[in-house]
Design a protein. Structure first.
Lengths: 894, 111
């Protein structure tokens, strides 16, 4: 059997049935000719020969039909020809077709676009081997009020040695490192991993090898693996790069491998990977700084793995010494507990909720579009009622008529789907270009077979959905009644109008739900805008600079260099203020530590507080306010005076009043000397405007005796540059010049404006807001077109009745009011249903809302009134036409 | 029954066509005539069934078809056995002989 030949011949017969028929007819007549000739050759007269041959063959048409009935294409030919018939009728009605197809294309396209995002972000598996076995290893520490505590080396060693649920388990860490010795000093993203991590993912290196156990042993020569992109960019894809030595943070690293091109660890790009060298003999209780990843054994559930971890935590606490100055009890009081989730869950984060809300939204838009098209189809079917009734009377079964009506709507659906796919392609390109709301896995969003299948299914289902309504109404077994009714002479009956009215009510209700949702998002956005972030995001540039020990060893010299750079930047024209900090708003790497108060006794560890090291003048630069006391001075910093500042909320929590805080003594560690509180700073919402301002402690950049270390200096710091020129290339060039005039080997990293950071914290809200507003506007427009259509159709159907009424002396404005009232009633019922729906559905917006009740009366009232007003407008225009009816003309035209 | 049954035995038409075409390429009427002649009039092929069978065999890839000029300048669709068709013929022939001899044995045994 040749399937290929079956397929090709079948398709040929389908697409060009005339040629296939002709071929068969030719063969039959050729057969006849040959048979006749054979008979003639036996000496029979031509006439008799032809007749005998015909007799022999039988009915030629029957033979042709018999031959043609072979083949799979006959099974599909009927719906196919129905579809072609439907297409032909749609072509003859271009206006109607265009409106329907465009409406559907908008609805289906929006769904296809959002689905492709959901598909890429939520549904597709991670691009690693057996990704459903990979988990994110994390802990909670309720004892110190900490929802997330990363694993620590001592936990890693315990889990690795005693774990029963894991195939393998590893730690990693992101940071940025300074690369020198290439064309320019560069601040590059670096991923440190234990030897377990790369083999766990099941990817193969492009070149060279993965890290060995020797590479991760402390004291071994440092090695590195380049990522494909960085290898291409810096080394032009040179394969001889293996074995080369590259200076990272002043230390020569030997290149041992290159990652494959498609490799990405979680959702961040790195320039290179280095081994995470952890010393088991030096591990102690503490250092919760390393995110963990693990591969579960096949069949092990998250619960089982959690139980396994919970079992091992006490073992770990008693297998390693506590951090200097602390006891094991301190760590028991932290109440460390496992927090495991699938790696994909970690990556997706809280976007799932936003995306499903959007999917629901565009789903509603599609329903509204369907209702609109169904309405148009109803009008058309009404016009054809006579024709359909006659066909039914002539013997067409109501199933035939139903199939034909359905085919028409399916054809519309498919056309709309095809166009919608094109729209969604454009929308996705635009979406990726905007890169909204820190959307994860953006690079995996594309139109793939799943999306095409979804779009096709959506097109088919919508086609059938809106097609069913006219089918139920006009292709039912009682179709013959229409002939008797005559239709033309009677005025509009309520029953005939009902289906379209129901559709319009549904449209208004759905539009109201969407508009309320977008209204609530607008209120959320306003509320967020009104929140005082505690700093001034306008006109400020941030950038970070790291000074490695290989560059400058002496702590005092580090501070001098940092201050020198600060002075140079301040001297740039247009710069109003400069400050140094270790924590910029919304940065992921904000550190934390305890705050102990002198004179208080502690039963267990106090909670962790945000930890910031800042320079004098930073507060003024950021636009923070001093609530009480004074700022640090350079003298405080250079002389390493034991001073500190606290955030307002922390001072209130500890003493009830910021003013009392001044002069009190605190420390991060009871073993350290006490530090005097010299100032209280206003609260800063640095985790995003939605989040509460964290309680924070501020320390100088250079200190003695901090957390057990004799001298502490902050080597990686961020500069905040307040200037009208923030964000311009010229300012950046000037800053670069200023830095390099102090030290030629320091790269600038993380160059952004505070405004960008601030906007980004609003990105999820503004992204949802924009999309909801678009959906709401579409819903409003389509819904109003629906009302307009119904009223104007009602007017056109009742022209005769209007003419008679006018002739009998009815006042024209009263007639107009009648039609407007009709639209008003429809809108009112729709709004009523919509309000109930909105009250039920806006709860789903949940965490997307901020500072506004999901049942916010103002939003509901404004949207309802607006919608009713729009509905009255939409019915007013066709109602005016009723006024212009000329009674003489309408009566004559009957 | 007065007239002798000239129907082709059910299920054997394909095999007869393939066998006929294994000798030389032929058009539809040629095949019908050849089967009738060779069987000495025992089998008479119904044209409708023949053309349908040809269509089926061609779709199945056992025959190739081509419009050609025949003798006395008539056009005809001429069928030719493909390699797959040759194989199919061998299978069907072997199958048929196995079954025919079994039937023959059975009939003999009863007699």
């Amino acid at each position: 059997m040749s399937i290929w030949r079956q397929l090709v011949r079948g398709l040929r017969a389908l697409t060009n049935p005339r040629a296939a028929d002709k071929d068969i007819a030719d063969e039959v007549s050729s057969y006849l000719e040959h048979a006749t000739a054979a008979l003639e050759a036996r000496g029979i007269s031509p006439d008799q020969a032809r007749r005998a041959a015909r007799m022999d063959l039988g009915n030629a048409t029957a033979v042709r039909e018999q031959v043609r009935s072979y083949g799979w294409e006959n099974v599909v030919a009927t719906p196919f020809s129905d579809l072609r018939y439907a297409a032909r009728r749609l072509r003859r009605n271009p206006g109607f077709t265009t409106v329907c197809v465009l409406t559907l294309a908008l609805g289906i396209g929006a769904n296809s676009a959002i689905f492709s995002v959901i598909n890429g972000v939520l549904l597709k598996p991670l691009p690693y081997l057996h990704p459903d076995e990979l988990i994110d290893l994390n802990h909670t520490a309720p004892g110190v009020n900490f929802p997330n505590a990363d694993p620590a080396p001592f936990l890693y060693f315990t889990y690795r040695e005693q774990g029963r649920s894991f195939q393998s388990l590893g730690l990693y860490q992101w940071d940025s490192r300074t690369v020198t010795g290439l064309a320019q000093p560069e601040d590059a993203q670096c991923l440190s991993v234990t030897a377990d991590v790369l083999p766990m993912l099941g990817v193969q290196p492009e070149l060279g090898r993965w890290f060995s156990l020797k590479d991760v042993t402390p004291g071994s020569p440092v090695t590195m693996i380049l990522t494909y992109g960085w290898w291409q960019a810096r080394f032009g894809g040179d394969r001889s790069v293996i074995g080369r030595r590259i200076i990272v943070d002043g230390v020569a690293h030997q290149v041992i491998g290159v990652m494959p091109a498609n490799f990405r660890f979680l959702d961040r790009d790195a320039a290179f990977l280095v081994p995470l060298q952890l010393d088991r003999n030096k591990a102690f209780l503490g250092q919760f700084d390393y995110p963990g990843i693990a591969r579960l054994k096949p069949g092990v559930t998250l619960q089982q793995a959690s139980a396994d971890i919970a079992r091992m935590i006490p073992i770990a606490l008693h297998s390693f010494p506590p951090q200097a100055g602390l006891t094991v009890k301190v760590f028991e009081d932290v109440r460390l507990a496992p927090k495991l989730r699938y790696l994909k869950q970690k990556l997706i984060g809280d976007t799932a909720e936003t995306l499903w809300v959007l999917m629901g939204t565009v789903g509603m838009v599609l329903l509204i579009a369907c209702a609109n098209v169904a309405n148009l189809l109803l009008v058309r079917a009404e016009g054809r009622q006579h024709e359909l009734a006659i066909r039914a009377a002539l013997g067409a079964s109501w199933r035939d008529i139903a199939r034909e009506l359905l085919m028409e709507s399916v054809a519309l659906g498919l056309l709309g789907g095809a166009l919608g796919l094109g729209l969604s392609y454009g929308a996705i390109r635009a979406l990726i270009a905007m890169a909204p709301a820190n959307l994860p896995r953006l690079n995996e969003i594309s139109i793939d077979p799943a999306v095409i299948l979804f779009t096709f299914a959506a097109a088919l289902v919508t086609g059938i959905l809106f097609g069913m309504i006219p089918v139920f109404k006009y292709a039912s077994p009682r179709i013959g009644n229409a002939l008797r009714g005559g239709g033309r002479t009677s005025s509009q009956s309520r029953e005939r109008h009902r289906a379209r009215s129901v559709l319009v009510v549904a449209q208004v209700a759905l539009a109201l739900v969407l508009l309320v949702a977008s209204g609530l998002m607008i209120r959320t956005f306003q509320a967020l805008r009104n929140v005082d972030p505690g700093f001034d995001p306008k006109d400020a540039l941030t950038l970070s600079i790291a000074i490695p020990p290989t560059e400058v060893k002496d702590p005092d010299r580090v501070l001098q260099l940092q201050q020198g750079i600060l002075e140079k930047i301040r001297a740039i024209p247009g710069v109003a203020a400069v400050g140094i900090t270790t924590v910029i708003p919304s940065s992921v790497s904000a550190g934390s530590d305890q705050v102990y108060v002198r004179g208080k006794t502690y039963q267990s560890v106090p909670p962790l507080r945000r930890l910031k090291f800042i320079s004098p003048g930073l507060l003024r630069t950021m636009g923070n306010r001093l609530i009480a006391g004074r700022d640090f001075t350079w003298a405080d910093t250079y002389q390493r005076r034991p001073v500190a500042m606290l955030s307002e909320n922390l001072s209130r929590e500890l003493w009830g009043d910021p003013r009392i805080a001044i002069g009190k003594q605190i420390t991060a560690n009871p073993k350290d000397p006490w530090r005097e509180v010299i100032g209280v700073v206003n609260d800063e919402r640095e985790d995003g405007v939605q989040e509460k301002a964290p309680a924070a402690a501020y320390y100088p950049l250079l200190m003695n005796d901090f957390e057990g270390d004799a001298v502490v200096v902050e080597r990686t710091v961020s500069y905040i540059v307040r200037s009208q020129r923030a964000g311009s290339q010229t300012l950046l060039a000037d800053v670069q010049q200023a830095v390099w005039s102090m030290s030629a080997s320091l790269p600038l990293a993380n160059v952004r404006t505070l405004q960008e950071i601030y906007d980004k914290s609003l990105a999820r809200t503004s992204f949802t807001l924009v999309l909801l507003a678009i959906a709401g506007a579409m819903a409003l427009l389509i819904g109003m077109v629906g009302i307009y259509g119904v009223i104007s159709y009602a007017v056109s159907q009742r022209r005769r009745e209007i003419g008679i009424r006018i002739a009998l002396g009815a006042r024209r404005p009263a007639l107009t009011h009648m039609f407007i009232a009709q639209g008003f009633v429809l809108a009112l019922i729709g709004v009523g249903c919509g309000l109930a729906g909105a009250a039920a559905l806006t709860r789903l917006l949940g965490s997307l809302l901020f500072g506004v009740n999901p049942l916010d009366p103002l939003t509901y009232a404004a949207v309802s009134l607006g919608l009713i007003a729009a509905a009255i407008m939409a019915s007013y225009i066709p109602a005016l036409r009723a006024m212009r009816v000329d009674p003489a003309e309408t009566l004559r035209s009957e | 029954m007065d007239e002798p049954n000239t129907d082709v035995i059910q299920g054997t038409l394909d095999m007869l066509i393939l066998k006929t075409l294994s000798l030389e390429p032929m058009h539809g009427f040629g095949i019908a005539r050849r089967i009738e002649q060779v069987s000495r009039g025992v089998f008479k092929v119904n044209p409708g069934s023949l053309l349908t069978a040809l269509q089926r065999l061609e779709r199945g890839g056992w025959l190739d078809a081509e419009w050609r000029q025949t003798e006395n300048s008539r056009r005809a669709k001429v069928y030719r056995l493909t390699r797959g068709g040759k194989k199919q013929l061998e299978n069907q022939t072997a199958d048929w002989s196995r079954r025919a001899s079994a039937i023959a044995r059975l009939l003999k045994a009863e007699a």
